[in-house]
Design a protein around this ligand. Sequence first.
Ligand SMILES: Cc1cc2nc3c(=O)[nH]c(=O)nc-3n(C[C@H](O)[C@H](O)[C@H](O)COP(=O)(O)OP(=O)(O)OC[C@H]3O[C@@H](n4cnc5c(N)ncnc54)[C@H](O)[C@@H]3O)c2cc1C
Length: 416
Amino acid sequence: MTEPDVLVIGAGAAGIAAARAVQAAGRSVLVLEARDRVGGRAVTDHRLGLPFDLGAAWLHNAEDNPLVPLAHELGLALADSDALRHERTLVGDRPASPAELAAYDSAWNAFQAAVLARAAAGGPDCSVAAAVPQGGPWDATVAAWQGDIIASAPLDRLSLADFAATALDGRNMMVEAGIGTLFARLGEGLPIRLSAVVESLDWGGAWAVARGAFGSIRARAVIATLPSSLIAAEAIRFDPPLPAAVLQAAQDLPLGQVAKVGFRGVEALGLPAFCSIDRQVAPGKALVAMSARPFGRDLLACHVGGDAAAALEAEGDAALEAFMRAEVARRFGQQAARTLAAKPIVTNWQRDPWSRGVYSYARPGRSAARGVLAQPLAGGRLCLAGEACHARLAGTVGGAWQSGLVAAETALAALR
Ligand SMILES: Cc1cc2nc3c(=O)[nH]c(=O)nc-3n(C[C@H](O)[C@H](O)[C@H](O)COP(=O)(O)OP(=O)(O)OC[C@H]3O[C@@H](n4cnc5c(N)ncnc54)[C@H](O)[C@@H]3O)c2cc1C
C-alpha cells in the first residue's frame, strides 16, 4: 500500500491504538516502524527462558486503563501486583525496624501532601524538589523513588505542576505473558511495515509524503508517534519544519533514564513471589529498587534511575551488571549473590536510537508543553501522539494508547 488514508509513524502503544481506530472507522491505514518489531518501549524479552519486560512492566491506573479490558479480551492473565506484593526495606544490610518503617511511611505521606498542597496553591510552577521535605532520615529515599525510579529523573529537574497532574493512581497490574506480548497481540493483523525508518515528511500540501529507504508513501493524514526526544532532535526532517513552539515543547519534555538488570538463579535469596526490596539511601546516592519473583518465577529485576542509570549505561552493560551484583551481595550476602545466574539481561534505553531514554518528564515551568505537543497541525492532517502528549497519563502505555486514539479521531475528522 503506498497511498493509505492515514499513515502512522511508529508501532508502539500510540501507533497501534491509532492504526486500530483508523481501521475500525473503515479507512485505510499503514504503519511504518523503524525497528524490526512492534511495541516500541513495551517489549517482552524471552532470552532468560521466561517473559521479562525490558520497558513497561505495569499497567498503572488499572481502574481506568483501557489496556486492562483489552488484555482480558485477548485472554491474557493479569495480576494485581499491589495486592500480592511483599515489601522488604533495609537499613544498611539489616531489615528496617517497625519504628523505621513507620517513619518511612510518614515520609511518603509528607511528600504526597507537600506536592498536593503546592499544586493546589497555584502560582508559578517550580521544581518538585523545591516543594517537598528534605533532611529527614527517609526523605532522600522517597525522593529517589519518586524522582529517579518513578519519574526517571531527579526531582530538581521535574515540573511540580506536571508531576502532580501525572501522578500515578490506583492499582498496578502485571501481564503474566508480559506487556510487550500484549502489544504484539494488539498489533496483529494491522498493516505494519517493519524496519521502515521514516527519514523525512513533507506535510505542506494536500498529500503528506514520507520518505526513507522504503521509498515514498503518500497519505492524506499522518499520525507521528515518535518519542519527544526524537522530535526535539529533529530525527525526522519535517518540511515545512515543525512550528517553533512544537519543537520547544518537545525539548521541554525530555526522556529520563531507568536501567534494568534481570537475573535468574534467585532461589537462594529466599524471597516470596511478588517481592519488592528497597534500601534507605543517603541524599545523592542511587537507589536500587528490586522486584523479585513475579508470578513466582525465578527472576530478580533490579532498577536504577536518573543520573546513576545514565552514568552506568554510559559505562556499559558490564558496569551495570557489576553494580547490581554488588547491591544484591550487600542486601543478601556474598554467598547468595554468587548463585545469581550468569548472563543477565541488561537494558540500555539511552543507547536505543528509537527512544533515547525511557519516558518523558516536563521541565520546571513547562507543564503546558504536553498540550502544545498534542495540538493538531495542518487542520488535523498532521497529529503528533505518544505518551508525552497525554496530560494525565504521560509516561505510561495507557497514556500513549489514549493519545493515539485521540490523534486518530482528529485525523479521521480532518479526512471528512
Ligand atoms: C524502562 C521502562 C519502564 C517503563 N515502565 C512502564 C510501566 O511500568 N508502565 C507504563 O505504563 N509505562 C512504562 N514505561 C513507559 C511506556 O513504555 C511508554 O510510555 C510507552 O510504551 C510509549 O509508547 P509510545 O507509543 O508513545 O512510544 P514508543 O513505544 O516509543 O513508540 C514509538 C515508535 O516509533 C518508532 N520510531 C521512532 N522513530 C521512527 C522513525 N523515524 N520511523 C519509523 N518509526 C520510528 C519507534 O521505534 C517506536 O516503536 C516504561 C518505559 C521504559 C523504557
